[in-house]
Design a protein around this ligand. Structure first.
Ligand SMILES: O=C(O)CCC(=O)C(=O)O
Ligand SMILES: [Fe+2]
Length: 310
């Protein structure tokens, strides 16, 4: 790991930091195995057909909650080997400061394309950020399943936090690594679908805040070994492509907040001073849609708006 000053400099510049595989790899792989055994990820966890989904499926509370309906608690998973490890604490403190709290943690599975039933893919086709959970039987919904996820921001309600990500297994190109657009947090909250266009160089994007400013962002694909820890700013654009591997990627996602009194002194606090724009975008449009997410209809359903990554 670099020293704190260099890590902070890099985080403020790029809006993310990759700490490398610094967590206990053996325990990460054991946890992966445990989750695989207790929450298998295969065709059987989906409803059988569109008909069954229409009968039984709900577009309500389908994702893991902060404490309830969350496999980490339902399966009594002890994450002390991560949260109490020196390396995790040091990494988090470097960005967030010594006083922080974990707002939410969940298990994420990036579901390989070959596992998705065709009926579900037909529904999610051309939806930029398809949440797979509604199509999965209720009892398995305490894990968060994704397919591909178009570039987006995690921090959409104005409450300041940062996302820490842990890869429990090795992640290569075909396992749908996280893709991060460097420095994009500096435009603050912008609406989804975000105004990004590919540049002439590979893995380069031009991002506009639609107020006259443009920035060129590098796309960083986060590959790595089991035990990898990285973080990105709640307003940094990120996403994942389809998973073409045989096995579902399995990751942990932590949303972490800095204590109110100490946030300003932390690197995370400083990052908000570099933002040209708002921390939240929640205007309501005359058609009752929220400007923040133009891909959602007024009844909350998802609109087909295409995607920038597949
Ligand atoms: O892990 C994924 O595929 C989705 C990641 C993501 O954007 C998130 O968890 O916020
Ligand atoms: Fe995200």
């Amino acid at each position: 790991m670099l020293n704190k000053k260099k890590i902070n400099q890099k985080f403020l510049e790029d809006g993310y930091y990759d700490f490398g595989s610094i967590l206990d790899k053996k325990k990460c792989l054991e946890l992966k195995k445990f989750i695989d055994n207790n929450r298998p990820c295969n065709k059987k966890i989906f409803y059988k057909s569109r008909k069954e989904f229409l009968n039984k499926g709900k577009f309500k509370n389908y994702s893991p909650g902060t404490r309830d309906h969350n496999a980490i608690y339902n399966l009594n998973i002890n994450l002390d080997f991560i949260e109490k490890s020196k390396n995790f604490i040091k990494a988090v403190e470097t960005i967030v400061g010594k006083k922080y709290s974990i707002k939410k943690k969940s298990i994420i599975r990036s579901v390989p394309k070959h596992i998705h039933p065709k009926w579900a893919s037909n529904i999610t086709k051309d939806i930029g950020r398809p949440n797979v959970n509604p199509y999965i039987k209720r009892k398995f919904q305490d894990v968060q399943y994704f397919q591909n996820i178009d570039f987006h921001q995690d921090m959409t309600r104005g409450k300041k936090f940062i996302t820490f990500y842990i890869y429990l297994d090795d992640v290569r190109e075909k396992d749908s690594p996280l893709k991060i657009l460097t420095g994009s947090y500096k435009f603050g909250a912008t609406h989804y679908p975000h105004y990004i266009r590919p540049g002439s160089e590979k893995k380069e994007w031009f991002y506009s805040n639609l107020s006259g400013d443009h920035m060129k962002c590098r796309q960083i694909d986060i590959y790595g070994k089991s035990g990898k820890l990285f973080c990105f700013h709640g307003l940094n654009l990120h996403g994942t492509a389809l998973n073409f591997s045989k096995t579902p990627r399995i990751s942990l996602r932590y949303l972490i907040q800095s204590d109110k009194k100490s946030i300003n002194k932390s690197c995370l606090g400083k990052s908000f001073k570099l933002i040209k724009g708002k921390n939240v975008e929640n205007k309501k449009l005359p058609n009752k849609m929220f400007f923040q997410r133009l891909d959602r209809d007024s009844d909350g359903s998802f609109l087909k708006t295409g995607t920038s990554i597949l």
